[in-house]
Design a protein around this ligand. Structure first.
Ligand SMILES: NC(=O)c1ccc[n+]([C@@H]2O[C@H](COP(=O)([O-])OP(=O)(O)OC[C@H]3O[C@@H](n4cnc5c(N)ncnc54)[C@H](OP(=O)(O)O)[C@@H]3O)[C@@H](O)[C@H]2O)c1
Length: 218
């Protein structure tokens, strides 16, 4: 599958590029094409150090990546989401869009979930993107730093929300990553509950001097 990872130069986006890079054609997107090309080159180099299988990872602008992809991952901070949506809306058709976006802000030294009036970043995306696009919320509670370490088995759950057809495509992509289990979190209107766990996880990690926490339901 041809997958665009918008904001793929960042922490979690690179992790997904590395984890999917041997099975899929990955387009890393950035506001700046040359930055994306550099990130793609670094990901390809990382993969070539662990396997002789050729990978197809390229870098380009967010808009070009979205236009060329069958599936689009939105991996930018919430404050950047609106600008990104304005740039890609004209080139989207009937792709599946995965939202990783968590709206959160610092309050004192801890983080607070700050959902928009739509209820969640995922629901806001659904309103802003063309009706033909299927938005699926996923990967919010996964630690990007561990995803980027290819020798690390994650042992985490990934709760996904959205429509049945889109979720079946995204479930298969999640389960390609060693150690991840998919859990059905309900419709997209339930995404707020999943998004809100991320600042909670980060706060727990800070308070207890832990790193890269994920979730696992037992
Ligand atoms: N990190 C995690 O472990 C993790 C886990 C789950 C979910 N998430 C969510 O996934 C999203 C990405 O997280 P991240 O940690 O990967 O973010 P990040 O590294 O801070 O940023 C990702 C990319 O977004 C672009 N960007 C950053 N600030 C921007 C701005 N003000 N305007 C436009 N573009 C901007 C940058 O790409 P260019 O400069 O190349 O355009 C950057 O490389 C966030 O919404 C986060 O809440 C993160």
């Amino acid at each position: 599958m041809r997958i665009a990872i918008l904001g793929g130069t960042g922490n979690i986006g690179r992790g997904l590029a590395l984890r999917w890079g041997l099975r899929h054609e990955i387009l890393i997107g950035s506001r700046v094409g040359s930055k994306a090309e550099r990130a793609a080159g670094e990901c390809a180099e990382t993969l070539s150090a662990v396997t002789s299988i050729a990978c197809q990872i390229k870098g380009t602008t967010n808009t070009e990546a979205a236009a060329a992809a069958e599936l689009v991952v939105i991996a930018v901070p919430y404050r950047a989401m609106r600008e990104l949506v304005d740039a890609i809306r004209p080139v989207l058709d009937d792709q599946i869009v995965i939202s990783l976006v968590v709206p959160m802000e610092k309050s004192d030294s801890y983080l607070k979930y700050t959902p928009p009036s739509d209820g969640s970043a995922a629901m806001e995306l659904k309103r802003l993107l063309p009706d033909t696009v299927r938005v699926i919320a996923a990967f919010h509670n996964l630690p990007g730093e561990k995803l980027r370490q290819l020798n690390m088995r994650l042992e985490c759950d990934v709760v996904i929300c959205g429509d049945v057809e889109g979720m079946s495509v995204v479930s298969a992509l999640v389960e390609e990553i060693d150690g991840l289990r998919v859990l059905d979190g309900g419709g997209l209107e339930d995404a707020a509950m999943v998004e809100s766990l991320t600042p909670f996880l980060i706060n727990i990690a800070r308070r207890n001097k832990l790193h890269g926490l994920g979730i696992r339901f037992v």
